[in-house]
Every structure is written in C-alpha cells, then in structure tokens.
Design a protein around this ligand. Structure first.
Ligand code: AFP
Length: 322
C-alpha cells in the first residue's frame, strides 16, 4: 500500500505544500489517539499536557484545536491559521506560503456518546502583501483551495483528501503511525435513494424545501418514483463520508429559526473543503443559489446552506428551490 508522501508526489503536489500537509496530519494522529482514549484522554498524562500551559484536563475539542494550532504555527510554510475555535486568524510565519483553516473536532456532541467525529481542513495560498494575522487570507473563494480534507475518527481513522486531483482515501495504520492509501479514487454515484438532513427543523424551512422533502417521503408513491431512506449522524464528517462512499445527499438548508443565523454550517472550514472533495469525487456541492466553491466570502466564520452529494439528487433538490 502506498504511503502518503509518495502519493502526494504522484499527484504533483508542490514540495512547499507537502510539509504543511504532513504537519497538519501529524496533529490528527495525536487527536486519533486521544479520541481512542475517550474519557481517559483528559486524565492520562502525556506530552500534550505540557504544551497546554498549566491545563491538565481539557475537552477533546479544545485539545484538538490546541494540538493543530501548536503544530501548524511552528511549521515554516504556514503564514496563518483559522479555526472554528478562534475568533480571528492567528499569525504564523510571515514568509509562509500557505494558510490553513480547520474545524478541529466536527460533531463534538458525539464525543459523549462515542460516536463519529472528525477534523475538517482546508489550505489556501497566502495572499501577497497581506499581514500574517489578517482574516483576508481566509476570504478567498473555495475554488482557490490547494488542498481539502477530513479525518474521520471512527472504528478506524480515515483520511479523505484532495490536492486538486482525485479525492483519495487513506487509513491510519496505528502500528506504524502512517496514513496508507486504501482507495485510490472516490467516486460518488449520480443517483441515490438516501438523504441526510435534520428533520426536526422542518417547520423552519422554506416552502420550496418542504416540498422537496415531502416528495422524498412519498417515495415510490410520489413524483420521485422511488423509496428513500434517511440517515443522520449529527456530524457532517460522518454524514458526508457515508454519502461519498454509498451515494446520497447531505443537506443543511437555510431556515428561519434564528433571523441572525439563516444557515448553520461554516463556509470556510466545513462547506468549502467538503465541496472540493465531493466535486473531485464526481459529485455536486451547491448552496441554495450557487456552487459552494464560487461563493465569495465576506467573513471568516460565514455560514452557508449546503446541498452536497450525488449530482442528480442535488439537481433535483435545487429544482424545488427555484
Ligand atoms: P458541532 O461540531 O459544533 O457540534 O456541530 C456539528 C455540525 O456543525 C455538523 O457537523 C452537523 O452536520 C450539524 O452540526 C448537526 O446539527 P444538528 O444539531 O442540527 O443535528
């Protein structure tokens, strides 16, 4: 089985970018270890406890953020980082060529139930002439990403990543601490009979979206003419991984629960990387009115609606929203 670095070389990844990816993934290996320790992770001593000044017991999501942040800020190729857990961009090396954004522990409510959780990340080129700590580095549209990936901490630890070419799957070999290529190319079927969305929000949806879901539920007796099944993990990383593996559509639509927050998921470190991975696996990723990767961000923690997965199902959903 091929290791990560030879695979990156085969994909023509720049020699400046490889160490940035390796550093990021080194942090995920430590997180994977912490996740496996579960409730013990906050009480067993390790080098991490020394790194986080004075804190010996931390929530896993705080630990995950600190780990990725600490390692990336020491990596010479990183100009800045942004995280779901940080209000603003944090400066790294002023000469670094890349900026990295991440959701350190997606699906954090699943920590307590021993369910699926993950890390989602994206890498952009740093902008010339822009201060290292400026949020501006992170307001580039997703079509400028040079790498997008997620690590799913499930029964095994899986990395799904694209550097512009195919979306590839690696599995963490815990005996040697290496990510090994286990699926050369993900490919999402265009059609599906599976959807993932939080049905509890139904009354807050637009009429168009209600109509779409209503027709899914009618199954073979309705206009869609086939029976659908539903799955919901409460962790985007797990739901999107299932969609990419078995086909399906993952949707978090806009809603009117809170007028100040019409959508839930974050563009920078959730929607954009998942959109690039999905498109490079042959799927489709839209917000309600445009391709996610073409959205021009106006804020670091901007939220967007997402419709991601099997291309024909994404199109079918979009038809109801016109
Ligand atoms: P947290 O990681 O902040 O708990 O949120 C996870 C998430 O943003 C995304 O991964 C899930 O798809 C979504 O929230 C689940 O949201 P619901 O609370 O509506 O189930």
């Amino acid at each position: 089985m091929q290791r990560l670095v030879p695979t990156l070389r085969r994909d023509g990844v720049s020699s400046d970018l490889v160490p940035v990816i390796r550093t990021l993934l080194a942090a995920t290996k430590e997180i994977a270890f912490r996740v496996r320790q579960g409730a013990l992770s906050g009480v067993l001593g390790s080098t991490l406890d020394e790194n986080i000044q004075g804190e010996t017991q931390k929530q896993l999501d705080v630990i995950a953020n600190q780990l990725i942040k600490d390692l990336l800020l020491e990596e010479p190729g990183v100009r800045a980082i942004a995280s779901e857990e940080e209000d603003n961009a944090v400066a790294g090396n002023a000469n670094g060529k890349y900026v990295v954004a991440f959701d350190p522990l997606d699906g954090s409510s699943n920590i307590d139930i021993n369910g699926q959780i993950g890390t989602i990340f994206t890498i952009f080129p740093a902008l010339d002439g822009v201060a290292a700590d400026s949020d501006e580095h992170f307001t580039q549209p997703g079509n400028r990403q040079v790498c997008a990936g997620y690590v799913l901490y499930g029964p095994s630890t899986i990395l799904v990543m694209t550097t512009g070419g195919p979306s590839r799957v690696y599995t963490l070999d815990t005996t040697h601490g290496s990510y090994l290529l286990t699926q050369d190319q993900l490919s999402v079927a265009a059609d599906t009979q599976e959807f993932a969305l939080n049905m509890a929000n139904q009354r807050f949806w637009s009429e168009g979206f209600k109509g779409y879901v209503n027709d899914l539920l009618l199954g073979e007796t309705g206009p869609r003419g086939k029976r659908y099944n539903m799955r919901w993990n409460a962790a985007m990383v797990g739901d999107v991984h299932r969609v990419l593996t078995r086909s399906g559509v993952f949707i978090y639509p806009s809603d009117n629960r809170n007028p100040k927050q019409p959508a839930k998921l974050r563009l920078l470190y959730e929607a954009n990387p998942m959109a690039m991975i999905t498109e490079n696996a042959g799927g489709k990723a839209w917000s309600e009115t445009q391709r996610i990767l073409d959205i021009q961000p106006d804020a670091l923690h901007q939220r967007v609606a997402v419709i991601i997965g099997s291309a024909n199902e994404v199109d079918a959903c979009l038809n109801y929203l016109k």
